[in-house]
Ligand binder design. Structure first.
Ligand code: SF4
Length: 441
């Protein structure tokens, strides 16, 4: 098989792994005219600690697999075209694409070839050859196999920037039913092992830095390197009957137990010849989006999983409005809050105020009281925050928070908020306006 053909098959097969940051846009293709495509596979993105976006070649070593997970297009009983790269081919592709400036790193996963150990050996060989034979300094993310020998996982961590192990499903019973060859307990043991090694390496790095300082600029002892960008995982959403509440509780437990950098959610895609226990249609993509928003609230906004779920119904998040707005609409007695006096923790609960904006407000209000125009200058969606805050020149009209149609007013429809008197006159609805932060407005 030609290399190009293999690349087409194995880059396409890798698209089901959600562990990258670019996804969810509409389909566009230059075959209908124009330039570019949003459908091409093979490139995903990671973010460096300084916020820089890194393009990665995202491929499988092979889409052949001896396991038969019901939800997976690459399962042993699937009728798809199979392909397999050799270690040398992946190494050369990575180096070639890197030299041409197409990519800055590699995201490598694989179906299980022969055994977990054999597969992990192949994956590790790719990373080792890139690092040791070719001196490759780019980003490497390796998907690891939990049943593989811990010594192989340890070597993977020495070469990779990030490691991930897919937890697959939010519920242990579902994993048993849909992926009987996978062992939920072993997945967690492997995650705990990675966490211990990541922690050890970090302690050693910190110690090496302290020694360097103590030696007043002397030579720094080399600290062992182990997956400095940490570990992540992926959960498939909508392949089983797990509620959003189960998904978020599992996610919160994983963050707490293994200090994961990210839990990625991947909406289940129906596959050809699927088992009868799988749903015939994909869950709405917005469900995945709401779960990511909820995940953000847990990690950066001080919400607990039960609080986030209190905004939904029957264990499911509200699909119509974002989880913070859903929570606020059900806890109206907590509002309005004064942007000039409220605690930071309470400002983080205001719909429409992001964490960075809250930091700016808290810093700026020390020297000047906030008006609505100041918030507009910070590109805050005034229509959304309006009912939930007070500012020097803004006090929501009496009874606004008690109105039965407040929710309907806040589902994005230009003009409604202004007509309902949510905003002071003269402030455009749903749009940031350029006004001086501390101007005369
Ligand atoms: S082990 Fe991975 S590649 Fe193989 S069938 Fe299961 S999910 Fe698919």
């Amino acid at each position: 098989m030609e290399l190009r053909e293999k690349l087409e098959i194995l880059a396409d097969a890798a698209k089901y792994d959600a562990s990258c940051a670019s996804s969810g846009t509409e389909k566009r293709d230059s075959r209908d005219g124009g330039l570019g495509s949003t459908e091409g596979m093979g490139i995903c993105h990671a973010y460096a600690p300084d916020g820089r976006c890194i393009s990665l070649l995202k491929v499988l070593l092979t889409n052949a697999c001896v396991f038969d997970c019901a939800y997976c297009i690459n399962r042993a009983s699937s009728n798809v075209r199979r392909a397999r790269f050799s270690v040398r081919e992946i190494v050369e592709l990575t180096l070639d694409f890197y030299r041409r400036n197409y990519i800055e790193g590699l995201f490598l996963s694989s179906g299980i070839i022969r055994s977990p150990d054999y597969t992990m050996e192949q994956i590790v060989r790719v990373a080792r050859e890139l690092r040791e034979t070719h001196g490759f300094k780019g980003y490497i993310h390796l998907k690891t196999i939990p049943d593989a020998d811990p010594a192989l996982l340890a070597e993977a961590g020495r070469h990779a920037d990030r490691l991930s192990i897919n937890v697959e499903l939010p519920d242990a019973g579902s994993l048993k039913a849909l992926a009987p060859e996978k062992d939920g307990g072993q997945i967690r043991v492997a995650m705990a092992g990675l966490r211990a090694r990541i922690d050890e390496a970090k302690e050693a790095r910190d110690e090496a830095a302290r020694v360097k300082v103590a030696m007043a600029g002397g030579r720094r002892a080399a600290a062992p390197r182990f997956a400095p960008a940490g570990q992540s995982t992926q959960m498939i959403v909508g392949a089983d009957s797990s509620t959003d509440e189960t998904v978020l509780n599992t996610s919160a437990a994983l963050y707490g137990s293994y200090r994961l950098r990210r839990v990625y959610f991947s909406a289940y895609s129906p596959i050809p010849d699927a088992a009868a226990i799988l749903p015939p249609v994909a869950p709405p993509l917005v469900r995945e989006h709401r779960l990511y928003q909820a995940d953000w609230l847990l990690r950066f906004y001080g919400f607990t999983a039960p609080e986030v779920m209190a905004g939904g119904e029957g264990g499911m998040l509200d699909l119509e409005v974002d989880p913070k707005l859903a929570w606020a609409l059900k806890h109206r007695a907590a509002f309005p809050v004064d942007v000039n006096r409220a605690e930071r923790e309470m400002l983080l609960r205001v719909p429409g105020l992001g964490a960075k904006t809250v930091e700016k407000i808290v810093a700026a209000r020390r020297v000047r009281s906030f008006r609505m125009a100041d918030l507009a200058r910070l590109r805050v969606n005034l229509r959304k925050v309006g009912p939930f805050i007070t500012a020097v020149d803004h006090h929501p009209r009496g009874g606004l928070l008690d109105r039965a149609d407040l929710r309907a007013m806040l589902v994005p429809r230009d003009g409604l908020a202004e007509r309902a008197g949510v905003l002071p006159a003269g402030i455009p609805v749903g749009r940031a306006v350029q006004l001086p932060l501390f101007g005369a407005a």
